[in-house]
Ligand binder design. Structure first.
Ligand SMILES: [Zn+2]
Length: 287
């Protein structure tokens, strides 16, 4: 018991020291570290991440898989950005049915100096268990509907359904323990989180812009903007949003997600939000 308390104290002190250090040089680094804060800043690159792929199918609908839907939407998004915002480069983390580790997706984003990371996914509710004739059976829970926007934030594992589902991709990787902090201990999260906090506000703002487009323009139901500790967003050094485009295990949403019209609406909404965000950060940099 004593050892554990001592370890917590040391961790806490280390975290505090790190925070003080970060705060003390924040004034000098803000100008370059914040994407919107220096004169002449131009928004140039969007990283588009199609969720899952290869031996990781993601969630299942009744006739489609998440990995196929996310790639179809991501491809349309890349084409739309190239057409509507030609001065912006749209880089894909995967262009075919291949499994790319979550940490590699962040590496690609950082290597390409992305100004924004958008990860495309589909939501799904876990099966319910019901007693039928004295036996427990799994029943598909189709009640989830609409969009959900996720940004990186540290929360205890028990509170975050979507993060558990989306983070499960790492267990398909061989050396996942070398790359991800799967600890449930908030004190270890705090140290790492001090670095990621830099992009928190911008990520939430971007998520809200996309959410508003889905709701106001497409009439989608929204489950809001949430912060969860998502591995795919954790290591990209730029504002990052994970878009749950709809519930693939809800029949209406599955049809929408697989339709040309649905995919085009989702893409057009994300493009409008990117345009708005780009305008805002470039204007802020010009003033
Ligand atoms: Zn997913």
């Amino acid at each position: 018991m004593k050892n554990k308390a001592l370890k917590r104290l040391i961790c806490g002190l280390a975290a505090l020291m790190l925070l003080f250090t970060l705060c003390s040089f924040k004034t000098e680094t803000t100008a370059r570290g914040d994407t919107a804060a220096y004169a002449g800043f131009k928004f140039k690159t969007v990283i588009i991440d199609a969720g899952h792929g290869g031996h990781d199918p993601g969630a299942y609908g009744s006739y489609s898989t998440e990995k196929k839907v996310t790639l179809a939407i991501a491809e349309k998004l890349q084409t739309a950005i190239e057409k509507d915002i030609p001065e912006v480069n749209a880089v894909m983390t995967r262009t075919d049915d291949n499994f790319i580790e979550l940490h590699k997706r962040a590496e690609i984003a950082n290597h390409q100096h992305g100004n924004m990371f958008i990860s495309i996914h589909c939501n799904s509710l876990p099966d319910n268990r019901r007693m039928v004739n004295g036996r427990s059976v799994r029943v598909n829970n189709r009640s989830g509907k609409g969009v959900l926007l996720l940004v990186y934030g540290f929360k205890r594992t028990g509170e975050q359904l979507e993060a558990i589902r989306e983070n499960a991709s790492i267990y398909q990787e061989k050396n996942y323990k070398d790359y991800y902090n799967t600890s449930d201990d908030p004190s270890t999260g705090l140290v790492l989180n001090a670095f990621r906090d830099k992009y928190r506000k911008q990520s939430i703002h971007l998520a809200n812009l996309i959410n508003d487009e889905f709701v106001n323009n497409d009439g989608r139901r929204s489950n809001g903007v949430k912060e969860q500790s998502l591995h795919v967003l954790a290591n990209s050094g730029m504002p990052a949003v994970l878009v749950e485009t709809g519930f693939i295990n809800n029949p209406e949403d599955e049809e929408y997600l697989n339709s040309e019209q649905g995919q085009n609406e989702i893409v057009a909404s994300i493009v409008r939000a990117i345009k708005q965000y780009k305008k805002e950060v470039e204007q802020a940099a010009a003033n």
